[in-house]
Design a binder for this molecule. Structure first.
Ligand SMILES: [Zn+2]
Length: 490
């Protein structure tokens, strides 16, 4: 839970963020004093998100938390893409959710529902803050069509036999975010025959249910934007392209201009480049030259060995995979946040194991500190922690301050815990992974614990001792307390 009482006044010290748009670190200044409008590209719900996806969402969550700790009113919108995301982020090919529905032989809406539920379960386990709004693409189609019509009217979009496309030649700064140029993009790709695009980089705003997309089940009338239950070839109905969804969902909840936009580094091109083009070309006032989003933050990939973790490479891990190995979701949260977001994290089980130990150590110390009462007498550690976080969310440096504070407090027990309480609250709210929680115990250990409890009730101490040894052999220590057996990983 977020506790507003520890928030400082906005801009107590300046936050600097690395901006992908300008390729440098910049001081963060919001459009409206004290308010942050932030959009986070959420999951496409055609499978359980993997921990690489979560590392990007966690970067956004950390930023939202830190802005709140700094006293800002944070309005974070985080969408759910439940239609229109084509394979390989391309303009042709199949919709990822439609494809999964055919594979599972169920309705696409059921695919979206199932994986949205799993995603929300994971988010809760990983202690994400609840966003200001969580729109779904399928519920925002009318708003997308409104933008598409503005783009057509303004000469930025055109219709072909199979859809409606954005004309990249009408947007002079296309490529600014990703460093691409229209010439490079033209030479590096081809236009598939059914699309009839003017430029290979022109991207789909709307796909009609014709040709390969005649099979698409989730479809809306254009321009009314009503859900239609027809099947088969029908050029009067279609579905939105992926990029237009984020432009529409962002505008619906945050207006035409926002402060921060986040995503994974794989979103930079084409997704975010296209979002900028559409959003800026469809402002109500055509003379409006203010950027769609002023700060763009991107999380680097997670690597498995020397290759990135990705669903298409088949080397992904999900949160249930991590829990099945005996880790808490918060161990993963700590691990993913302990590396700076602009560094590739090389995922290893040893790294996760070290993260588990470090997190436990810090959490135990924080428990001791919270048990005492009193005010901070020394704000040095908070100042150092703030400086690290304000320096482009430098989490490794911020955690180093936590370790220094912990060691200092233990070497001067007379001042402990009074000195550190406010500091600890600040760190807890920022990282969200230092709350005490119940140890997650594998089923075989749980069974032994039940057996041991029964032996203790019968006062069969030799059975109880040998069960303790069996539990220890599985990597857990068990303590007998007045409240029962207390289990902990060794
Ligand atoms: Zn997006």
């Amino acid at each position: 839970m977020y506790d507003a009482s520890i928030a400082s006044s906005p801009q107590s010290s300046a936050l600097h963020l690395y901006n992908t748009l300008t390729k440098r670190e910049e001081e963060f200044v919001p459009l409206e004093k004290g308010v942050v409008k932030m959009y986070t590209c959420g999951p496409t719900v055609y499978g359980r998100p993997h921990i690489g996806n979560y590392s990007s969402f966690l970067m956004a969550d950390l930023l939202a938390r830190w802005l709140k700790v700094k006293g800002y009113d944070v309005r974070q919108v985080k969408n759910i893409t439940d239609v229109g995301h084509l394979v390989a982020d391309a303009d042709h090919g199949e919709d990822k959710i439609q494809k999964q529905a055919e594979r599972e032989k169920i309705d696409p809406l059921d695919v979206a529902r199932k994986y949205t539920e799993e995603y929300l379960e994971d988010e809760a386990a990983l202690r994400f803050l609840e966003p200001f709004a969580r729109p779904r693409a399928t519920e925002t189609v009318k708003e997308m069509i409104a933008i598409i019509q503005t783009l057509i009217k303004g000469g930025h979009a055109y219709e072909t036999e199979d859809g409606i496309y954005f004309d990249v030649n009408t947007f002079s700064s296309y490529g600014q975010l990703s460093g691409n140029t229209l010439e490079n993009l033209a030479s590096g790709s081809r236009i598939s025959i059914d699309e009839k695009k003017r430029h290979p980089a022109d991207f789909a705003l709307w796909k009609k249910c014709v040709g390969p997309n005649a099979r698409h089940l989730l479809r809306w009338s254009f321009p009314a934007g009503e859900r239609v239950n027809s099947t088969g070839e029908d050029s009067s109905v279609g579905f939105p392209g992926w990029h237009i969804e984020c432009s529409a969902m962002s505008r619906k909840f945050l207006g035409e201009h926002i402060d921060i936009h986040t995503g994974g580094e794989d979103n930079i091109f084409p997704h975010h480049e296209c979002e900028i083009a559409q959003s800026e070309s469809s402002c109500l006032d055509p003379g409006d030259r203010a950027p769609f989003a002023r700060y763009w933050l991107h999380r680097r990939f997670i690597d498995m060995g020397d290759v990135k973790m990705s669903k298409s490479l088949g080397n992904v891990l999900t949160l249930p995979d991590i829990v099945a190995k005996g880790f808490s979701p918060l161990d993963l949260r700590y691990y993913l946040l302990s590396v700076h977001y602009r560094t590739n994290l090389k995922f290893t089980e040893k790294g996760l194991e070290d993260a588990r130990k470090a997190r436990r150590k810090i959490t135990e110390w924080m428990e001791e500190v919270s048990a005492g009462d009193g005010e901070d007498k020394d704000e040095e550690f908070s100042r150092e922690f703030d400086a690290a976080m304000d320096n482009d969310l430098n989490t490794p440096a911020a955690l180093a301050v936590v370790f220094t504070a912990m060691n200092a407090s233990r070497s001067k027990p007379s001042t402990f815990p009074q000195v550190y309480r406010k500091f600890v609250d600040r760190v807890r709210q920022t990282f969200g992974c230092f709350e005490p929680e119940e140890e997650i115990v594998p089923p075989e250990v749980k069974a032994l614990l039940i057996e041991r409890e029964a032996a203790r009730v019968k006062k069969d101490f030799s059975a109880s001792d040998s069960l303790r040894m069996e539990i220890e052999a599985l990597g857990y220590s068990v303590k007998d307390t007045p409240a029962g057996q207390k289990i902990q990983r060794i």
